[in-house]
Design a binder for this molecule. Structure first.
Ligand code: PRX
Length: 569
């Protein structure tokens, strides 16, 4: 296979990169030495303190930490000190409501400033923060708030209506704080700005994120305060953040990228972050890059492909000369997207690979390194990654296998909430098995092949087929459903559902629409099937499990493979 390489030259660097010698760092770096990058309270620490508050002891105190703008053009900005004080106030309000260490407090908010200082406030009192994507509907909310036994939810008037619908299923939910209610605004204004920050054991939980697997309900991935160490170092190495950067991470804190690199690791590096609380729109995005003079940009391949589709003329009408470093995450970054970015921005996108479970970047293309276009790059210093077979044996170069890592790295998930067996199932023969397949080349670059399971990645978002199937089956006209990711040029994959209707219902285009809408309304706005096909019967194993791989093979016109365990086909 011929590979294009983007060779770095002096013109690629405005400054020497933070990580200037990858090989030396691989040899010499240790996590214990990196501890001095952070502030510790003896053997304890607090991730939120490290992200924001410690900067108030330095010249960064009055530096803008957050530039914020919404779709209507409203603008706000906050210094590190303001974020520190506001998060103290939220912490005090939560304490007044009886929130204690280890309690789960969920944020169900759009990307408004309260989401950011709310998250910090939760961590600062030692409670566990959970984030809920604002597209979530009743079922998704009930699953997550129910399983976590959340005590408090912080939300808006509009979003609260969805929680109200499921509140009776949530006996542990004691308080709902509504940030745009006059009573909350008043109590925030009056809350004390003094807070004694909880000194946490590095292994105490800081935040949890629900993510999807192939089967069952979403699982609560638990992250600890220590994770800030890797979030900090990777934001430095891979995102190359510097004090004079204005940095835009386009992810939502409902997902791990928005937590690790829009709150914790990025602010820990003292960077000024920009947050846009609006929908994707090529013209708007370019105008924001220009207006805020964004220097470092972290986004996802679907957005890049959509920008490509918007054409080369539009981009030329904006001054994007401040951009100095571009990164991508969440799904395969196709070579065309990198080549396009070299053409229009004069710089390549740098791919980074990681997962909700890994808590921070694990494999990346670094500014100091040439890019083999299409490769995810190399493991970060301090982490061993490899390709192993299904028995956990390393395979060597140029062999397809499981992308695996040697535990424990600092930001590794600590457990799956109340599901220790599920947590254990990630590990084999001394390796963490990621669920992704790939290979590595003779120079140590890793290449992504695909998921080993049925998890769907649509527009970079992780969707569990079981959740969508369950949502469809809840519709009175649906008997059964099988859901797959169908390859899509723009979105990577789209959610496609195969649906068996109850005998008296006639298939129709209108019904397809109705079912899509149903999932959108009950589960989540981003997880609905964009395509539905009615079929008479689903392929199943003898034990009754839907064989999604057969649905997928059929969809793609591929051989269906071994069907010996099929009930019927
Ligand atoms: O399949 C991989 C894909 O996204 C999965 C993790 O999804 P999530 O937990 O939502 O976290 C996404 C953001 C960290 C992985 O198992 N993925 C992530 N990054 C890449 C990727 N696939 C290909 N290339 C990547 N750079």
């Amino acid at each position: 296979m011929s590979v294009d390489t983007y060779k770095k030259t002096a013109k690629d660097f405005t400054f020497p990169p933070n990580l200037d010698d990858y090989d030396a760092a691989r040899r010499e770096f240790t996590w214990s030495r990196a501890r001095k990058e952070l502030d510790w309270f003896g053997g304890h620490l607090n991730a939120a303190y490290n992200a924001v508050d410690r900067h108030t002891q330095t010249w960064r105190k009055n530096k803008v930490a957050l530039y914020w703008e919404d779709e209507a053009g409203n603008e706000k900005k906050y210094t590190f000190e303001e974020l520190s004080l506001l998060s103290n106030q939220i912490g005090n309000i939560l304490k007044d409501f009886g929130v204690a260490r280890g309690d789960r407090v969920f944020l169900f908010l759009p990307r408004i400033p309260e989401l950011f200082f709310g998250f910090l406030g939760i961590l600062k009192i030692g409670a566990i923060a959970g984030t809920l994507f604002s597209a979530f509907q009743e079922q998704a909310l009930a699953d997550r708030l129910g399983n976590s036994e959340a005590k408090v939810v912080i939300t808006t008037r509009e979003l609260k209506l969805r929680i109200d619908k499921v509140r009776k299923k949530l006996p542990n939910l004691k308080h709902i704080l509504v940030v745009d209610e006059p009573s909350f605004i008043k109590s925030l204004a009056h809350a004390s700005t003094e807070l004694r920050i909880a000194h946490m054991d590095p292994d105490d939980y800081a935040f949890m994120l629900y993510t999807s697997g192939t089967t069952g309900k979403p699982k609560g991935v638990m992250h600890v305060h220590r994770a800030i160490l890797q979030e900090h170092m990777t934001a430095k190495w891979a995102l190359d953040l510097r004090d004079d950067d204005t940095y835009w991470c386009t992810a939502d804190p409902g997902w791990v990228t928005g937590i690790a690199y829009e709150i914790l690791g990025s602010w820990s590096n003292g960077v000024a972050a920009f947050v846009y609380a609006g929908r994707f729109d090529p013209k708007k995005w370019y105008s924001l890059l220009a207006k805020y003079k964004i220097t470092v940009w972290y986004t996802a391949p679907t957005a890049i492909r959509m920008l490509m589709a918007a054409g080369g003329t539009l981009v030329k009408t904006f001054d994007l000369s401040h951009l100095r470093h571009l990164c991508s995450v969440g799904e395969p970054l196709n070579p065309e997207a990198i080549k396009w970015s070299i053409k229009v921005f004069g710089r390549p996108f740098h791919d980074t690979w990681w997962q909700t479970e890994t808590g921070a970047i694990c494999i990346a293309n670094y500014p100091c390194m040439d890019i083999k276009i299409g490769s995810m790059g190399k493991p970060i210093p301090g982490l061993t990654a490899d390709i192993v077979d299904d028995a956990g044996q390393p395979l060597g170069v140029k062999k397809e296998g499981n992308i695996a890592m040697k535990p424990k790295w600092p930001s590794q998930m600590h457990t799956i909430w109340r599901r220790p067996a599920k947590f254990k199932s990630y590990f084999m023969n001394g390796w963490y098995i990621s669920g992704d397949r790939g290979w590595k080349d003779e120079d140590g670059y890793f290449w992504f092949i695909g998921r080993a399971d049925d998890v769907i990645k649509t527009s970079g978002e992780r969707v569990g087929p079981f959740e969508v199937e369950s949502a469809l089956v809840a519709h009175p006209k649906v008997v059964e459903a099988g859901v797959i990711g169908k390859p899509d040029v723009m979105r990577g994959e789209i959610v496609k559902a195969f649906v068996v209707l109850e005998p008296n219902t006639k298939p129709s285009e209108a019904l397809k629409k109705e079912l899509s809408e149903y999932v959108k309304k009950h589960l989540a706005g981003h997880a609905y099937p964009r395509e539905i096909e009615f079929i008479d019967k689903l392929p199943k194993t003898r034990s009754g499990k839907i064989m999604r791989r057969i649905l997928k093979a059929k969809e793609m016109g591929l051989p269906v493979g071994d069907t010996s365990t099929l009930e019927e086909y």
